[in-house]
Structure formats: C-alpha cells, structure tokens
Design a protein around this ligand. Structure first.
Ligand code: SAH
Length: 409
C-alpha cells in the first residue's frame, strides 16, 4: 500500500491550530442529574464549533495527510479481505466532513483498483448545522431531504460520484459489508462519573448551587444509584471512574454488524486503556472551560476508555490497539507522504502548513501520544479458522496496516 502514498495529490486548502477535545453538551438542570444529557439538545446541535474559528480543532482539520492515511487503511483492509464487490464507508460524527472528503479523494486516486467495487458513504450525524456543512463540502450542496425513506434523512452524490446518505442513528444504516470510522466521536458522548467513598461507590451528579445564583456544582449521590449498580465492574481498582454507556452500546452494534456482515471499524480518539480517572473537561474558543459554566456553549469531553470498548465488543470481533497515533501514522507511511507533498509544492506557506500539521499529529507532547487508534476486525482476519489442524501448511494472513507490531488482544 505504500505505493499509493507516492501518488501526487493536491494539497488541501485550510489549516488548523490547536489540540482540542469534544462533547455531548448540557442543558440547565433542575435536580441532581447524571452528566448524561441528550445530545440533540446539546452543544453540537446548537454550537458545534469545530475548526480554527470554533472551540476545538481535530486532526482532519489540521492536515489532509491524516484522512488520506485513514483512507489507505480502509483500502488496505479491503484488499486483505479479498476485495469484496461492495463496501459501505460509515462515518460516525463526521464533523465538517473533512475526513470523508480526504478519504474519498484517496478512493478517487485509486479508482483503477476500486473500479469493480461499489462504494457508498453513510454518515451518522445528529447536528443539522454540521450535516449542512458536510453536504456543502462533500456534494457542493446538491442534496435532497429524504422524507419518504425514514432511515436516511438526506441523500446526495459526492463530487467524485459516490452516493452519500445521512442518518441520525447507526441502527438506521442499512446492513452490509461496511468499514466504520469514529474519529473524535466517542469522546463527545455523555458519561457517568463515579467516586469510591468509605461507604462504597457513589455517582457524581450535577446540582444547582443553593448559595450562588445560576451556578451549578458537583454533588455525590447520597446512596448507590442504578448506574453505580450497573456500570462499576466488580474488578475495578480505581477510585474514580468515568463510564460512557452509549459508547458501549454503539460498540456492541458495530461488533454485531461486523460479525454478521463483515468489514472493520477504526476508532481514533484520545483516551486510555482503563487507567485514567478524572478526565471530564470543557473547551471553548480553544481554551479549557469550566464544565459547569454556561451549559451548552462549550465542547464537553472525556477521554475514551478503550478497555471498556474492548469489553463491550464481547468477543464478537477481535480488537487491535489502542496504539499511539504517532506509531500508527508512522506505520502507515506518514513520513513518505509528507515528503511527496513537500516535493510537490513550492510555496513556503504550504510547506510551513504541512510541517506544522505533521508536528501536531506526531509530536508526543501534542497529539502523537495522547491520541490512540483502536480497531475491530472479524476474527478470521487475524486467525485463520483452522478446520484441519494443519495450520503450519497455510500461508500467513496479511498483517493489519498501521498495527503491524501489535499482537491481538
Ligand atoms: N469526526 C469529526 C468531528 C468530531 S466532533 C472530526 O474529527 O473532525 C463529534 C461529532 O459527532 C460531531 O459531528 C457531532 O455533531 C457528532 N455527534 C455527537 N453526538 C452524536 C450522536 N449521538 N450521534 C451522532 N453524531 C453525534
């Protein structure tokens, strides 16, 4: 797949600046409530400020190279899985649509390879504002609302001729062989927070401060709550835990779909493997923002617990990672791609932008170490079903790009 990286590609316009985070948003609360607040009334549907002029910036908005390498990863998996005749590219929470746009440019450059494959794009997005931005960027605005078909709320054709449909829920996406992508999606979903006390686990809730007008505060539930009963694992050793049940449900759905129809899922987010405790925070205008101030106006986020996602896959699929973003991108050939883009452009502003983007993505002090990549793959992609117990006679399975040095967990 490295050959594809040497294809000269045009340099995408636009840059980004700062590392960020993302959210479920919040509505004013009248009684102690869990942190889970419904996204449709939240930040993304009202503000949703991704990009330089917004509240936070993400990798695809920083450099085109990120989306290109993710696009290559899917093509490489498609080849490794025997080039199925069709695949759906399903992106959860596509933001401004930039990542899909960059991936579709790669698919277009590899048109001769994908000639006999019917590709369609399926975007799961709850924000009307962001879906409009996606439609404009991906189709030039040539979309149709789709009231008759209750599953997709909008349809269009990409600039490269690929059909695109929009949905509010992963369950609405038609079944079929699919590649799923969730970039900075899971960190935006609502979480429950728990604190271990001398009396046992208590849930961290949000309440109105009786002493200060219009001020919210954190309180501990006086006793156990249904959530403490359900979400705290018996073997838990931390004394503060954040759980995102919605992420668990979505991973279960992705794992079932991959088990039944084939494909793969790539999750990219900042997170940890079940080690961190208190990560809930807010971002506004690229600065840290008190999560309890002006609910609904800041991007709220919590690190993704990949150990929880792995557990939620429930053995339906194999999992790979999490692997640090800088290792994944290095394995995917980011250095070669950067050199090609630098050679293809003579203007210094573009050079500066490309080098800045590379540094943001790869520098361990920026996004290189704290962002992680995690994959769900069918078991047979990693271990050949060994019907005759003659495994030594079989050729090895192709390694999974980006993760090559990792062993299956
Ligand atoms: N992937 C993009 C955007 C990340 S921000 C990027 O990396 O740039 C999170 C995205 O998820 C936004 O598009 C937001 O509107 C969407 N989103 C948040 N909650 C959602 C939900 N429950 N279902 C579908 N999309 C959701």
């Amino acid at each position: 797949m490295r050959e594809a990286l040497t294809n000269p590609g045009q340099v995408r316009a636009g840059t980004g600046r700062r590392l960020r985070a993302s959210s479920g948003g919040a509505a004013p609360l009248t009684a102690p409530r869990p942190l889970s607040v419904s996204p449709p009334q939240g930040y993304y549907t009202r503000r949703g400020g991704i990009g330089e002029s917004g509240d936070f910036i993400t990798s695809p908005e920083i450099t085109q190279v990120f989306g290109e390498l993710i696009g290559i990863w899917f093509v490489s998996e498609w080849i490794a899985m025997g080039k199925p005749k069709a695949f759906q590219l399903v992106e959860l929470g596509p933001g401004r649509g930039t990542l899909t746009d960059d991936m579709l440019r790669v698919f277009n450059q590899l048109a001769s390879l994908l000639r006999k494959c019917a590709v369609s794009v399926h975007l799961v997005e709850v924000s009307p504002k962001l879906s409009e931005i996606q439609a404009l960027g991906l189709t030039g605005g040539k979309v149709q609302p789709n009231p008759e078909d209750s599953s997709a709320y909008m349809k269009g054709i990409s600039k490269t001729g690929i059909p695109i449909s929009w949905y509010r829920d992963i369950q609405d996406v038609p079944p079929g062989y699919s590649f799923y992508l969730a970039h900075e999606f899971f960190d935006a979903l609502p979480i429950h927070k728990f604190q271990k006390t001398e009396k046992g686990w208590r849930e961290v809730l949000v309440d109105i401060d009786p002493e200060v007008p219009d001020q919210l505060r954190f309180v501990l539930s006086p006793s156990r709550t249904p959530a403490t009963e359900t979400f705290i694992q018996p073997e838990e050793t931390r004394d503060h835990v954040e759980v995102c049940p919605e992420a668990g449900v979505i991973i279960q759905r992705l794992a079932s779909r991959i088990e039944e129809d084939g494909g793969a899922a790539l999750v990219a987010d900042y997170g940890h493997d079940g080690t961190k405790t208190d990560t809930f925070r807010g971002f506004r205008d690229h600065k840290l923002h008190d999560v309890l101030k002006a609910p609904g106006t800041a991007d709220l986020t919590a690190d993704v617990d990949f150990s929880y996602l792995r557990k939620m896959a429930q053995g339906r699929t194999a999992t790979l990672g999490p692997i640090k973003q800088r290792e994944f991108l290095k394995n995917m050939g980011i250095d070669v791609r950067l050199q090609v883009l630098l050679q293809n452009s003579r203007d210094t502003a573009t050079h500066k932008q490309l080098l800045h983007g590379y540094d943001m993505l790869m520098n361990p002090k920026k996004m290189g170490d704290c962002f992680n990549i995690f994959a769900l793959l069918p078991h047979h992609r990693l271990i050949r079903p060994d019907k005759n117990h003659k495994s030594e006679s079989k050729s090895p399975l192709p390694p999974v790009a980006g993760f090559s040095e990792l062993l299956m967990k």
